[in-house]
Write a protein that binds this ligand. Structure first.
Ligand SMILES: [Zn+2]
Length: 120
């Protein structure tokens, strides 16, 4: 899994819900579709704007051996925790990082810490 945003077209979703509302009129399912429609109209499923990655002068960045793209420690940690489905990961800047694998934020490939190129 990578952290790319897959936005949903709200108008297409609402159009689909409306067709289901018509098809399920006078059935218990109608109420479920009506709830769904309300939630969509209230913006409950709007995607968050992805944060703009910022590499500041002096930041330690790690280049991926697969795609050669460089990312900050924070970006590698976030992509790795997303891929693992948990926030309990070994942080890339910790002393135990050499025993761990990290997920590239750019290509999603899982990489051995030892193969990462540290750029300072
Ligand atoms: Zn990569």
């Amino acid at each position: 899994m990578n952290n790319q945003v897959k936005p949903t077209d709200t108008q297409k979703l609402l159009h689909w819900i409306e067709s289901k509302l018509e098809a399920t009129r006078l059935t218990p399912a109608w109420f479920a579709y009506r709830e769904m429609q309300k939630k969509v109209l209230l913006g409950a499923f709007e995607t968050d704007t992805p944060p703009v990655p910022t590499i500041k002068l002096g930041d330690k960045v790690f280049a991926c051996p697969n795609c050669q793209e460089a990312s900050t420690a924070g970006e590698w940690n976030l992509a790795t925790s997303d891929a693992c489905g948990t926030h309990e990961i070994t942080l890339i800047e910790s002393k135990h990082a050499e025993e761990s694998f990290f997920t590239c934020p750019k290509c999603g490939s899982e990489e051995d810490y030892g193969l990462l190129v540290v750029v300072e």
